[in-house]
Design a protein around this ligand. Structure first.
Ligand code: FES
Length: 578
């Protein structure tokens, strides 16, 4: 990419290294301590490589090596790379949920960039919350930045069958509880379902968000679908390092990339993927970091116009490796071109339309034509009604068609522990027409809005062959989950939303085509219950949890901290160099 260099003294890092004073002496002498001379860094843009590698995040196990490949690219392009580790947020290991910490990583990324002598950044992430968190932080700091997605892991294999991350875990767990597979089978699956570094290879939250990041322009073209262990992934990493240097030279910042049109492209991509419901929350948060107005209704409007063309589990049949061989994220976006704003700028300095030129779909089975989609409408619907005045989310493509219009008797669980204690009780009054309701699983109640929204089917129903029921909660759901699960009910029950007032035996009416979720109870009775309701005590009295509890917003607003929204106050000043 040809680029004009701005005057070098304009580079931010010069404020640390360029002066002939005492402080600059210290900065330069400490780089010498690290083994670098002025030939390494002087007159060069300094590129932060923010790396979310850790031993506790196997999805990012290869990122230590990828960071080296990024650095090689930065050096080649005439920059000076510096690696800055950031919290890893391995989705499986971190409790109570990584969502409690997405905003903490976003803050860490922002402050790493602000406090260090860097001019631009390469962001290494991919496991669920790391993608939105890193981009949120980069947006708020607004230094030139490119995202390197970790890439999907290899397909799982067991007795000749392809295993998908998460989705097949839930499926075989149900079969184990129903007595259809043995403990020995289950142990074999444990060793067969995650075969390499990389993110979940179903169309879960991780791949949804990396493809969305590409659609919004934050990666190189085609980067999101390259399998983590493919040699092309290493090449993409070094190319991203080169691109970061050029971004700095051009002065192209995240705020130039994340326009309202780019956010539209991200929503279209999420819908056409049949992607994770978590994308709704993350995109709401990203939009608020750049002051772009975005409401839940926009997702529903885009969804109604966007066919699901990625035939990927859990909505469809294939997995991310298949998707890549079918042409990958670039071909997928090229097929969506009529629905996208192609003039948006991207991280290689070209427009999205330029990047998609010449992309070829190699399998219409995996990436369907717009005319013969997996579903004529997008994968996510927004519901409103007396049970969710501020909205709720459902993924119709992963739900049982017979439940999309349903009235059933509520079976209410006060919280996760209550559900875990009673769900398999033979005496539980429940049948396949019941609606399972989980309370206190939202942003404040969870805390952190854990992925509990795919409530397990009661064992006695599993034995009768039941595999889906209507479930309603203020929780989130893993992108790899499936079933008729109404999620993100807002306001959440912990703050006294109508979900707090539901009692077992009430009738709940779900109407997905009509976009309604209603509690069929007389208003006078609801008023009596509301008068009796008392707010639970705060989950945290001190520490990060207390900060989270005081400032997190509800699901329909993106669950960011209110003080991190663009309009929360004047811009944060650059640090003084004393
Ligand atoms: Fe890391 Fe799924 S657990 S992407």
């Amino acid at each position: 990419m040809a680029a004009e260099s701005p005057p070098r003294k304009a580079w931010r890092s010069r404020r640390w290294f360029g002066a002939r004073d005492l402080r600059a002496f210290g900065h330069r002498s400490r780089l010498k301590q690290a083994g670098f001379t002025e030939a390494d860094y002087a007159e060069k843009p300094v590129i932060a490589v923010i790396n979310t590698w850790s031993d506790m995040n196997p999805c990012h196990a290869h990122l230590r090596q990828r960071a080296e490949e990024v650095k090689r690219g930065v050096f080649q392009a005439g920059g000076f790379p510096v690696e800055l580790p950031a919290m890893s947020l391995g989705e499986i290991m971190v409790k109570p949920t990584t969502m409690l910490y997405r905003n903490l990583l976003a803050m860490e990324a922002e402050e790493l960039l602000r406090s260090h002598p860097v001019d631009g950044a390469v962001l290494l992430g991919g496991c669920d919350k790391t993608t939105p968190a890193l981009i949120m932080g980069a947006l708020s700091m607004n230094l030139p930045a490119i995202f390197v997605p970790a890439g999907p892991m290899l397909i799982g294999r067991w007795r000749g069958a392809a295993l998908g991350s998460g989705s097949d875990t839930w499926k075989y767990w149900a079969e184990l509880r129903a007595g259809n597979i043995t403990e020995a089978d289950w142990t074999e699956i444990e060793g067969a379902i995650a075969r390499s570094p990389g993110i979940c290879m179903t169309m879960g939250t991780a791949s949804t968000m990396t493809v969305v990041a590409e659609a919004m322009g934050f990666t190189l073209p085609g980067a999101a679908s390259i399998p983590a262990v493919d040699s092309g992934h290493a090449r993409m990493a070094s190319e991203s390092g080169r691109a970061a240097v050029e971004l700095v030279r051009r002065g192209l910042r995240p705020s130039d990339i994340l326009s309202e049109a780019a956010i539209h492209n991200g929503i279209v991509a999420a819908m056409a993927l049949g992607g994770s419901t978590n994308a709704v929350i993350h995109l709401l948060a990203l939009a608020r970091r750049v002051g772009v107005p975005l409401s839940l209704d926009r997702f529903d409007a885009v969804s109604r116009l966007t066919p699901v063309i990625a035939d990927l589990r859990p909505s469809g049949r294939w997995l991310m490796e298949d998707f890549h061989y079918a042409g990958g994220s670039r071909a997928f976006l090229a097929r969506l071109a009529p629905l996208l704003h192609l003039g948006c700028l991207t991280a290689n300095g070209r427009t999205l339309g330029d990047n998609l030129e010449g992309a070829v779909v190699a399998s219409d089975e995996v990436i369907r034509p717009l005319e013969t989609p997996l579903s004529g409408e997008g994968g996510i619907a927004i519901l409103r009604g007396s049970l969710a005045p501020d909205g709720a989310v459902i993924k119709p493509t992963a739900a049982g068609a017979r439940f999309l219009r349903h009235r059933g008797r509520a079976v209410v669980f006060a919280d996760y522990n209550d559900m875990a204690a009673r769900i398999d009780d033979e005496a539980l009054e429940v049948d396949e027409t019941s609606v399972l309701v989980l309370r206190n699983a939202g942003p404040l109640g969870g805390p952190g809005m854990p992925e509990w929204g795919m409530l397990p089917i009661p064992r006695k129903l599993l034995r009768r062959g039941v595999r889906d029921m209507v479930r309603v909660s203020d929780a989130r759901m893993s992108g790899t989950s499936y079933g008729t699960c109404v999620l993100h009910v807002a306001p959440e029950s912990f703050v006294g939303g109508p979900l707090a007032l539901v009692e077992s035996g009430d009738t709940i009416a779900l109407d997905v085509p009509g976009r309604r979720l209603d509690l069929v109870v007389e208003e006078a009775e609801l008023a009596r219950r509301r008068a009796r309701w008392t707010p639970p005590p705060p989950r945290y009295g001190r520490g990060y949890g207390a900060l989270f509890s005081r400032h997190v917003t509800q699901a329909n607003e993106g669950c960011d901290f209110d003080f991190l929204h663009t309009d929360a106050g004047p811009p944060v000043p650059e640090p003084e160099i004393h």
